[in-house]
Design a protein around this ligand. Structure first.
Ligand code: DC
Length: 223
């Protein structure tokens, strides 16, 4: 597809809806960059855990964020890895300890402000497909295209389960279900930057479609 102008395409939605795989694939198809904003929250969570910063202390988290450089670097397989103060932490940020503690970082208003500013700077410099929770509502209210990617709950749990199993982790379905219910609740109800469909976002239900089919659906809107 020929790229004619600067594009910002936002994909928001709950965990396990397939956003990141879809976003990656879509960015590749369009020949633009993919921005994984969840990885940014995860990277800062990792740093806070390593330094034993009090996760309840929003001020301390904001100070930590100001002293942190989160960036993305292209690795040999042409996928982007997130770096934390120069260290490739792409794998470390996927641990369950990080996953279970990101909500502390995600609910800290001052941290979110900073994250959004970093995201906007990337979006100004590059055409991007960005995925997260608040990309169409807060970070890029004037995005070229906005999508809200959803799938039914059982399917989302099943997908996350397969993902974890493929990564060699053993998971209990019921436990994962409970974790994801809690994550959903935290995502939807936090005071700042909650997960919310932007009024002008197009809803994409990925329950019954695979990645390629979902990307096709999105591309039809972009064309
Ligand atoms: O999409 P993910 O599972 O990698 O996101 C990790 C965490 O970061 C999750 O708790 C939601 C939060 N997040 C957020 O608050 N805002 C974003 N734009 C992206 C992720």
């Amino acid at each position: 597809m020929q790229r004619l102008k600067h594009l910002v395409i936002t994909l928001d939605g709950p965990a396990g809806a397939g956003k990141s795989t879809i976003a990656k694939c879509l960015a590749k198809r369009l020949g633009i960059s993919y921005l994984d904003t969840g990885a940014m929250y995860r990277a800062l969570t990792l740093k806070a855990l390593r330094l034993k910063v009090n996760l309840e202390d929003e001020e301390a988290l904001a100070v930590l964020a100001q002293k942190t450089v989160i960036a993305f670097t292209e690795v040999s397989d042409s996928s982007l890895h997130v770096t934390l103060d120069g260290e490739d932490v792409a794998e470390a940020i996927r641990s369950s300890e990080v996953t279970n503690n990101t909500f502390y970082i995600a609910r800290a208003g001052k941290v979110r402000e900073l994250m959004v500013r970093w995201q906007q700077a990337i979006g100004q410099a590059h055409s991007i497909v960005t995925d997260g929770r608040d990309q169409g509502t807060v970070a890029f209210p004037k995005a070229t295209y906005k999508f809200y990617v959803d799938a039914n709950f059982e399917e989302r749990v099943g997908r996350r389960m397969r993902e974890l199993e493929e990564a060699g982790k053993t998971v209990d379905f019921e436990e994962l279900k409970k974790d994801m219910q809690e994550r959903d609740h935290k995502d939807f109800t936090r005071a700042v930057g909650p997960l919310k469909k932007a009024d002008d976002a197009i809803t994409i239900d990925s329950t019954y479609t695979n990645v390629e089919q979902t990307v096709e659906m999105i591309i039809k809107y972009i064309k």
